[in-house]
Design a protein around this ligand. Structure first.
Ligand code: ADP
Ligand code: ASP
Ligand code: MG
Length: 413
């Protein structure tokens, strides 16, 4: 089977949904499993609705606005007698019913039950639209297949169960399903982390032993830098799984970092292509890599720099590190870069859940700490060591590290 993933940008409006059919026509449509994300920025909007719900603000109005934008897209795709309009309304009625009945104070649990609706609706719209255009498919609820633990908002996949479930799918058919979501043992929804639809596609590809997997993006493929942030970038036509995973890990957001590991395990060819120019080859990952030495640039913003020092001039030792790392795990704060001296440790961290001040309170019981918020991590892969100075120009560098051919710097702003 082939696995295709269509992200939010590819289905941001009615024209985008129509374009998916064009992409499929250009690729040959047989034995495909399509994974689709929420339409456009729906996930962000649903996050706001959850926040309003917990802050006892008017979350119904927020949901009403999201519903209206989906109806508007459906108006551009279906005649007004189509069942899809009833289905869209039902999703929103059920969401409001769930929120009214809900007694759980667990923000992450409620978040997952609500935010997952973005993918449920987009997948219904895409499936119905494709059927109306002659692209037969069966709509699947990904939560019946991808099983996870109870770690709401960042579910860990139960691979054994998931493989068993996905193996039950007939391989001579076409399917449309959701990215980003799975479910725990009681069938409550668990999301796989923001931007996790690429990862969902890789889970399906792995469990189906897919022939190949393609993620369709608004860029020509993986480039030497994010074209929104860097000028004069070019396409990397062939890279290895290793290069792709390193780039994704350092923050090249074109591929979700968890995507590569399942694909690499089974050597599944992986393509990143443009949904605007589907006939172009895009980037091939994992097949005869050519661009391994090409310099590429990654800017990961929204980071914080945490400096931790012992109070008594003692060395940063294993016991200290163990205390620090368990506090990071407790507050779900991830390290992007770390560097230590005899008596201090500097961590560039990503605080997805807004816990940095709580972490600081905990650490300051034992250490002297300092936080610099809103810093960026700038990474140069395969850096040309002879010309490094150009990267320092006009930058307020707070921390730097060179390992092998990778230059990294934490910069203010
Ligand atoms: P999706 O629609 O699947 O959610 P994303 O918006 O997550 O797609 O990913 C596509 C975006 O990734 C591009 O618009 C681009 O701004 C960004 N990007 C970051 N790094 C790179 C890179 N190295 N090459 C290409 N695009 C990149
Ligand atoms: N809709 C989810 C998000 O925006 C998942 C994804 O798009 O990959 O985070
Ligand atoms: Mg995305």
């Amino acid at each position: 089977m082939k696995v295709y993933k269509f992200g939010g940008a590819s289905v941001k409006d009615a024209a985008g949904v129509k374009n998916v059919a064009k992409v499929l026509a250009s690729q040959g449509y047989e034995n495909c499993l399509l994974v689709v994300s929420a339409i456009g920025k729906t996930t962000n909007a649903l996050e706001v609705a959850v926040k309003h719900y917990f802050e006892k603000e008017n979350y119904q109005q927020t949901l009403e606005d999201i519903k209206r934008s989906h109806i508007q897209i459906a108006n551009g795709l279906f005649d007004d007698k189509n069942d899809i309009f009833g289905e869209i309304s039902l999703f929103f009625d059920e969401m409001i019913f769930f929120l009214r009945q809900n007694k759980s104070p667990n923000y992450n649990f409620v978040y997952d039950q609500v935010v997952s609706c973005g993918e449920m609706i987009s997948s219904k719209i895409l499936s119905e639209y494709l059927i109306s255009q002659g692209f037969e498919n069966t709509w699947l609820d990904a939560r019946d297949f991808i099983k996870t633990d109870h770690n709401y908002r960042e579910g860990a996949v139960d691979w054994e169960l998931t493989e068993k479930n996905i193996a039950s799918l007939g391989k001579q058919k076409n399917y449309v399903t959701q990215g980003f979501i799975g479910s725990e043992e009681n069938n409550f929804t668990v999301t796989l982390g923001r931007e996790g639809s690429d990862y969902s596609a890789a889970i399906f590809a792995y469990c189906l032993d897919a022939e190949h997997m393609t993620i369709w993006k608004d860029v020509p493929g993986v480039m030497t830098g994010d074209p929104r942030k860097f000028q004069d970038v070019s396409l990397l036509s062939n890279i290895s799984y290793e290069e792709a995973i390193e780039m994704a890990y350092y923050g090249a957001s074109v591929i979700h970092p968890k995507t590569l590991q399942p694909l690499k395990q089974k050597n599944i060819p992986f393509f990143v292509k443009s949904f605007l120019e589907p006939e172009k080859p895009g980037t091939q990952v994992g097949i005869s890599p050519k661009n391994e030495q090409t310099e590429s640039y990654i800017l990961k913003d929204g980071q914080a720099l945490l400096r931790i020092a012992t109070r008594d001039f003692s060395f940063i030792a294993e016991e200290h590190l163990s205390l620090i790392f368990s506090a990071l795990a407790k507050f779900k704060i991830k390290i992007s870069l770390m560097q230590n001296t005899a008596i201090s440790l500097a961590l560039c961290v990503e605080d997805k859940y807004g816990n940095i001040l709580a972490l600081n309170d905990e650490l300051s019981k034992n250490f002297n700490t300092e936080i610099v918020k809103n810093v960026s991590l700038f990474t140069v892969r395969n850096a040309d060591m002879k010309h490094l100075t150009k990267f320092y120009k006009d930058k307020d560098v707070l921390l730097e590290q060179i390992s092998m051919r990778t230059l990294q710097m934490v910069i203010n702003g």
